[in-house]
Structure formats: structure tokens, C-alpha cells
Design a protein around this ligand. Structure first.
Ligand SMILES: [Fe+2]
Ligand SMILES: [Fe+2]
Length: 185
């Protein structure tokens, strides 16, 4: 499968980056989670580790969901690039399995830190695949995807997901949802 089919590259090429477009929104999520992984590495207390791990897991679940429901299908439709798309989906599956294990365990588990560290490595690799030169986001910018409209769709889906977690969940989902609403995220 050809890696990049750039048939539409000239028609819809966009070089501008707006803070609310789909890619800017997803990149902001990436930076936020990277910051929490860094804080986790420095954390010493079990409470702090649990809090950060919960925040990371919840944020990643919301992020992967809005990508899979909104951004990835639009990417596949616009670019027909199955290689990049399918690899990203499979990487999400791997991350989600580990997230489930982290959520089900705690800092008293001797493997907890290792799980969070490996998740950080998996996400670092995946984010690089999305953001690198010639990667998914670069290809999306060269396509005719409506990144502003997709950004709006993802924002409203994220609010719905967080609202659902806030009304039914407790603990991390609730805290993250409240924080996101407070900051207008
Ligand atoms: Fe992403
Ligand atoms: Fe992703």
C-alpha cells in the first residue's frame, strides 16, 4: 500500500494552524499528557502517583475515543491511507489494554510504575507517528479534510464524554471532567 496518496494535496492544502482546528486540539492533548507523564516520573507518594495515573488514563481514553470516532475516519476517507490509519488504530488498542491494567491496579502493586512507564513509551511512539514529518497530521493538512469542522465535532464529543464520566463516575473521571470544564477545555 502506497504510504501517502497525495492526490488531493494541491486542492485543499492548508498551511495555517488555528488554535481550534482538529490538529491543534489533538496536539494540545498530547502536550498535556506528556507533562503528566513527566510529573509521574518525579512523583514519590502513592497518592500523587495514583492521581496522575488516573488523570493520564482518563485523558487518553477521551483522546483516543475522539480520534477514533471523528478524526481517524475522516482521515481515512480523505487520504485513503490505510497503512497509517490502521497502524494508529492498532497502537490505540495496545495502549487501551495497558490503561485498563493500570486503572485496575495501584501504586502498591510492584508493577504499577513499570506499567505507567511503558504506557508513556507507547504514547511517545504513537504521538510521534501522528506528528512527525510525513505522518498522519502532516498528511491530513495536505488533504481536503475540514479541520475546523472536525475540531468543533471533537470538542463537543469530548464535552459529552467528560460529562458522562462526571455524572456516572467518581474519582479520576470526575476530577478531570471538572478541571476540563473549569478551564473551558
Ligand atoms: Fe493523538
Ligand atoms: Fe492517536
Amino acid at each position: 500500500m502506497a504510504k501517502a496518496k497525495a492526490k488531493r494535496a494541491t486542492s485543499g492544502a492548508r498551511s495555517r494552524a488555528r488554535s481550534s482546528d482538529a490538529i491543534s486540539l489533538l496536539k494540545a492533548d498530547h502536550r498535556e499528557v506528556e507533562g503528566w507523564f513527566e510529573q509521574f516520573e518525579k512523583a514519590r507518594s502513592a497518592d500523587r502517583k495514583r492521581e496522575l495515573a488516573d488523570r493520564i488514563c482518563t485523558a487518553l481514553k477521551v483522546h483516543t475515543t475522539i480520534e477514533e470516532e471523528v478524526f481517524y475516519p475522516a482521515f481515512l476517507e480523505a487520504t485513503q491511507d490505510e497503512e497509517i490509519h490502521h497502524e494508529a488504530e492498532v497502537e490505540h488498542d495496545g495502549a487501551k489494554a495497558l490503561i485498563g491494567t493500570i486503572e485496575a491496579s495501584g501504586p502498591d502493586d510492584e508493577y504499577f510504575d513499570a506499567r505507567v512507564k511503558v504506557l508513556a513509551e507507547m504514547i511517545k511512539h504513537h504521538v510521534n507517528e501522528e506528528e512527525q514529518r510525513g505522518g498522519m497530521f502532516a498528511e491530513a493538512r495536505q488533504s481536503d479534510m475540514d479541520l475546523d469542522a472536525l475540531g468543533e465535532q471533537m470538542k463537543s464529543r469530548r464535552s459529552e464524554l467528560l460529562e458522562g464520566m462526571r455524572s456516572t463516575g467518581s474519582g479520576p473521571g470526575r476530577r478531570l471532567a471538572v478541571a476540563a470544564v473549569d478551564t473551558g477545555a
